[in-house]
Design a protein. Structure first.
Length: 202
């Protein structure tokens, strides 16, 4: 499993998004964009016009997490730039019913906080579900990324990697740091070390 780092611009300065993206461009793999509509979750962030603008100024692939009502209506606009499919699961949602969908998705996202707001505390109760999800992926021989999002920091990233995650969304831990790029590099090193020791097949 190759570690992928996806800094979340939810914790960035929205007035300087292109600059904030550039600050991590050389060290990150993706840029995570939380799209919230204040209906599906109780927060309003950014929408398609901002994503389209970011695409013009950002070299990293955008990882758009759509927390919106009527995704069938709005998702095609986000996918037009060329997209892979992901499925996000809230902390209280069991992962097992999603097993049959693994051949249809490229990524399975396990939320490690309740979706809607950045800066929340990591929910350890998701770790056993993460292990079960990794076992499901291995059992199917699927090439599915297993992403965690919420409360990922230097205190939690190794536990996530040990449980089977290989894509890590970090917002406050990156954009709350004095040097966002250095924060991404440090988190990557931690995740890689824990992944090597985890025993999960690469």
């Amino acid at each position: 499993m190759a570690v992928q780092m996806a800094p979340s611009i939810l914790s960035a300065d929205f007035a300087r998004l292109a600059d904030e993206a550039a600050a991590v461009a050389a060290v990150a793999d993706w840029l995570h964009v939380d799209v919230m509509d204040s209906h599906f979750v109780p927060n309003l962030t950014i929408g398609l016009p901002v994503v389209e603008s970011l695409l013009k100024h950002v070299s990293l692939p955008l990882d758009c997490h759509l927390m919106i009502s009527e995704p069938d209506r709005w998702a095609p606009g986000y996918a037009e730039a060329g997209a892979r499919a992901g499925l996000a699961i809230n902390p209280a949602t069991p992962v097992e019913p999603c097993e049959d969908l693994l051949p249809e998705v490229d990524m399975l996202l396990l939320m490690t906080v309740e979706p809607g707001f950045g800066g929340q505390s990591f929910l350890d109760l998701v770790l056993p579900k993460l292990r079960r999800a990794r076992a499901m992926v291995q059992r199917h021989g699927a090439s599915v990324w297993l992403q965690v999002d919420g409360g990922v920091s230097e205190e939690t990233i190794e536990r996530c990697a040990d449980a089977g995650a290989d894509v890590f969304v970090a917002g406050s831990a990156v954009y709350g740091a004095d040097d966002p790029a250095a924060a991404v590099q440090a988190l990557r090193r931690q995740a890689e070390r824990a992944t090597e020791q985890s025993g999960w097949p690469g």
